[in-house]
Write a protein that binds this ligand. Structure first.
Ligand code: GDP
Ligand code: MG
Length: 176
């Protein structure tokens, strides 16, 4: 966490989760209000920044996207260095991606700051007819792991800003 001025904070957030769950589109929706149908296979690390106001403070989120390194343990420790928040994303139409949230939590435990704030996001809520993970099941999981949870759609924008804002507010209250 870097405090630039009295009222300005820069928070690094990492976005993690299995491939194709919608991480890059969540980032693009939040930082640029854009969505793309086809997956862009970026190699390396991509990031986007956006400033929002929380409790009269200007908070700049620097959001890092794994961009093609989602294979378990392929993400390097540098990716997590300095991160104060993590968004773990699964796809509500993919049970496997939800099961793997446990792996991503373990990876955070090993590689990230022990105080990192975590928001679990069930993305693609617009595809309710193909749902494989119930809201209730995800909510119980989040509660038992003491992490925040929301369902989002990067496609129709549902809850995307809210998910980032909630995570940033949690971070501000903890680190700010
Ligand atoms: P990433 O590999 O986790 O970065 O996933 P991407 O952001 O590249 O998205 C993977 C695929 O899912 C792309 O075809 C996206 O268009 C699609 N996608 C992402 N978010 C959503 C969403 O909220 N709803 C729907 N229906 N499709 C989505
Ligand atoms: Mg991506």
């Amino acid at each position: 966490m870097v405090q630039e001025e009295d009222n300005d904070y820069l928070f690094k957030i990492v976005i993690i989760g299995d491939s194709a769950v919608g991480k890059s589109n969540l980032l693009n929706r939040f930082t640029r209000n854009e969505f793309t149908e086809k997956t862009k296979a970026t190699i390396g690390v991509d990031f986007g920044t956006k400033s929002i106001e929380i409790e009269n403070k200007v908070i700049t989120a620097q959001c890092w996207d794994t961009a093609g390194q989602e294979r378990f343990r392929a993400v390097t420790s540098g990716y997590y260095r300095g991160a104060v928040g993590a968004m773990i994303v699964y796809d509500i139409t993919s049970k496997v991606s939800f099961k793997n949230v446990t792996r991503w939590l373990n990876e955070l435990r090993e590689m990230a700051d022990p105080d990192i704030l975590i928001m679990m996001v069930g993305n693609k809520s617009d595809l309710d007819s193909a749902r494989e993970v119930s809201t209730q099941e995800a909510q119980s999981f989040a509660q038992s792991h003491k992490i925040s949870f929301l369902e989002t759609s990067a496609l129709n924008s549902s809850n995307v800003n809210l998910a980032f804002e909630r995570l940033l507010t949690d971070i501000y209250h903890h680190f700010g």
